[in-house]
Unconditional design. Structure first.
Length: 183
């Protein structure tokens, strides 16, 4: 840390903020892996007409819930190109929100975390034990897998009760496989 003294003999802190490496090749690879992962039929799939997910949220395309700052609504239709553009834009937002946590990981690990954040949101990631374990030791695969497996519940929009989701059980299983592979 460097401290300089101004004309009034007051110390000034001139420490530069920590700048994270941008790693454009890693970002591009992680975005592409996340995109290919998310568009699988058993993850988000591609639906060009709006629908309600099991939690009752209006969704379209490849898991998009907000377009141009507005929530997706019923009776909406988009093209495949739009679905892909919205998804990639959302993936980039996810990546940018988690970059300070993941910049040193491999593309598969980052893509798995993007999928989680894409599904549950940045707030859930930020406050999760999953994040704490990954940040503490990204190679603690057993503990990480156990934490991924805890995120398998949706709130039924009719009963307001939390219930296991077969889709989320499968998604977490595939995210674990992706996270633990280094291809």
């Amino acid at each position: 840390m460097q401290n300089k003294v101004n004309q009034n003999n007051v110390r000034l802190n001139t420490t530069q903020p920590k700048v994270l490496p941008s790693k454009p090749d890693l970002k591009t690879k992680a975005i592409e892996k996340a995109f290919n992962f998310l568009k699988q039929p058993n993850i988000e799939g591609i639906k060009l007409k709006s629908y309600q997910c099991p939690a009752g949220v209006w969704t379209i395309g490849i898991g998009t819930t907000v377009i141009n700052g507005k929530p997706v609504t019923s009776n909406l239709t988009i093209t495949l190109k739009e679905a892909e553009e919205y998804c990639k834009k959302d993936i980039e937002k996810c990546l940018n929100s988690i970059w300070s946590d993941v910049w040193s990981y491999n593309a598969n690990q980052i893509a798995a975390i993007i999928s989680f954040v894409y599904n549950f949101g940045y707030g859930a990631w930020q406050n999760s034990t999953l994040r704490k374990i990954i940040v503490a030791n990204p190679n603690n695969f057993d503990a990480i897998a156990n934490q991924f497996r805890k995120w398998i519940y949706v709130v039924d929009p009719n009963t307001k009760q939390k219930k296991e989701s077969d889709g989320l059980i499968n998604r977490r299983k595939l995210e674990i496989q992706l996270y633990c592979s280094n291809i």
